[in-house]
Design a protein around this ligand. Structure first.
Ligand code: MN3
Length: 243
C-alpha cells in the first residue's frame, strides 16, 4: 500500500515544470549557439518514477528498469552532486545551466550532468501501453520536416541503431525551432555547448547496452523497434510546445 500511495502522489506531481524564465542564464546567453531550456528545469536529484518497474513490459523488463533506475541513473545523480560540489556551484544550480557551459567543467561533470539529464527525460518520455502517435502541431511539423510519421520513425531508429558504442538518439529543436534527428556519444546531449548537434531535446532514446541487454542481448535493433510502443507522446508534445 505504501508504494501504491507513493506512486499516486508522484503521478499527480507530474512533470517537473518550473516557472517560465527560471533558466534565464541559458535563454539569455546571447549566443545563437545556445538554446533555451524553456520551462523545463532539472534538479540534481532523481524524480521518482511515475510507474512501476514492470509497467513497460514486455518492451522493457522490470529487472532492467530497476537496475537502470536505481543503479545506473542513481549513480549519475550522486556523481553529479559530487562534481557540482567540487566546482563550487550551489545545490540549486539547474542541470540545464551546467549543460550550457559544460565545456568549462571537469569530464566528471560532463558525463554525469548529461547522464542525469538524459535519464530524467527518458523516464518521463515513456509510459505503459504508449502505442500512440504524436498529434497536433508536433505531428504536423514532423510530417512537414520528415515527409511522414513513418519516415520520421525510420530515420530516428536508424540514428539509434547506427550509433557506434554507447549513446543516445535524439529528436531536437534548434534555435530556429526546426526539428532535427541526430545522435550523441556517451552521455552527451544537444544542450551541451560542446555537442556537435545543438538544440532542445524533444525525445531521446538510450542505446547503452545497460538499457536493453538483459532482455535483448546483442539485438539492439529489436529493442529500438519495440521501444516505440512505450513512448509517452503527451510528454513529448509538452516538451515540443514548451520552447
Ligand atoms: Mn541509461
Amino acid at each position: 500500500m505504501q508504494r501504491r500511495k507513493f506512486i499516486g502522489h508522484i503521478s499527480k506531481a507530474g512533470f517537473a515544470v518550473a516557472a517560465a524564465g527560471s533558466v534565464t542564464s541559458l535563454a539569455s546567453c546571447g549566443s545563437s549557439k545556445h538554446v533555451s531550456a524553456g520551462p523545463f528545469t532539472t534538479t540534481l536529484d532523481q524524480v521518482p518514477l511515475a510507474y512501476r518497474y514492470e509497467a513497460l513490459e514486455p518492451v522493457i523488463d522490470a529487472k532492467t528498469m530497476e537496475i537502470h533506475y536505481t543503479k545506473h541513473a542513481a549513480a549519475y545523480s550522486t556523481n553529479l552532486k559530487d562534481a557540482v560540489k567540487a566546482e563550487g556551484l550551489g545545490d540549486n544550480v539547474s542541470v540545464e545551466e551546467i549543460l550550457g557551459k559544460v565545456s568549462k567543467y571537469s569530464p566528471k561533470m560532463r558525463n554525469n550532468s548529461g547522464g542525469h539529464y538524459n535519464h530524467e527525460m527518458f523516464w518521463q518520455s515513456m509510459k505503459a501501453n504508449g502505442e500512440g502517435t504524436p498529434s497536433g502541431q508536433l505531428l504536423t511539423d514532423i510530417e512537414a520536416q520528415f515527409n511522414s510519421y513513418g519516415n520520421f520513425k525510420s530515420l530516428f531508429s536508424d540514428a539509434a541503431k547506427t550509433r557506434f558504442g554507447s549513446g543516445w538518439a535524439w529528436l531536437y529543436k534548434d534555435g530556429q525551432k526546426k526539428l532535427h534527428i541526430g545522435s550523441t556519444p556517451n552521455q552527451d546531449n544537444p544542450l551541451m555547448d560542446l555537442s556537435d548537434i545543438k538544440g532542445f531535446p524533444i525525445l531521446g532514446l538510450d542505446v547503452w547496452e545497460h538499457a536493453y541487454y538483459l532482455k535483448y542481448q546483442n539485438k539492439r535493433a529489436d529493442y529500438i523497434d519495440n521501444w516505440w510502443k512505450v513512448v509517452n507522446w503527451e510528454y513529448v508534445q509538452k516538451r515540443y510546445a514548451a520552447i
